[in-house]
Design a protein around this ligand. Sequence first.
Ligand SMILES: [Zn+2]
Length: 285
Amino acid sequence: MGKWTDVATWRGPTENEGPALTTHRGLVLHIAQGYYEGTIAWQKNPDANVSSHFVIGKNEGECAQIVDTDRQAWTQRAGNSSWMSSENAGFVPDALTAWQIEANARIFAKGHLVYGWPLVVANNPTERGLGHHSMDREGIDAEWGHDDCPGSNIIKQKQAIVDRAIQIVNGESDDMEQTEKLINDTGSSNRTVGNVLADVENLRNWLVSTPGTSTLGTPPPGSVGAIMLESAQKPPVNAAELWAIMREDTEWRLALAGDIAALINRSSMTVSLTGSMSGSAVPTT
Ligand SMILES: [Zn+2]
């Protein structure tokens, strides 16, 4: 299933697509030499014989997916079998708008999570990461066509897209799903993912300093709660290390939010937004 509806609006399908990709090296940037809706319409026209996985307009919210990410789009010839693609509305020598940088970064960050694309700039078809159409010239004996695509101004913006994708992957942006879960699980309306680090550190310190820790009960083996309880008795698992793991894995972050909520529910402990804690370890159930 390769419809990325969390980062784009599905506007496919099109007949202009090939078989499954043989490998996933990354994302190739293009400039459409056209406008947003016109490019989408053209890619859906069987006579055009062209397509891209994504079409990104200049205005916020304009991000369409035309081809399933598991299928080959027809946009860079020999590169179609191993690279995905985004067509960005505009004409050479346009630079990407702020929205186009953001939309490409979201796609690139998701490709990192789904296909393992490295979060780096690629400048050669033999590399992996964020590429651009005309990089075939500097690379192996490849002919991807369109030597002026996407133009030097967009090529200069590749690092900015990579930097933003790294931020997204590291959770340094609002993440509605996680924030929602934290609010639901803790019953507090003003919690955000950014407070979790303080929670971990303070909860651990509280476990260390408070007698009767064991009456909190036994969290499931391997859960974050178990790790925190263990670390309370046996440093050096600390907040920074936990945070490093959390940054790697969204599922893990969600589990941590749930475990913190469970530990709070099993005690009379209260947690304030500033991270200070009070209460006792007497279980409420
Ligand atoms: Zn191109």
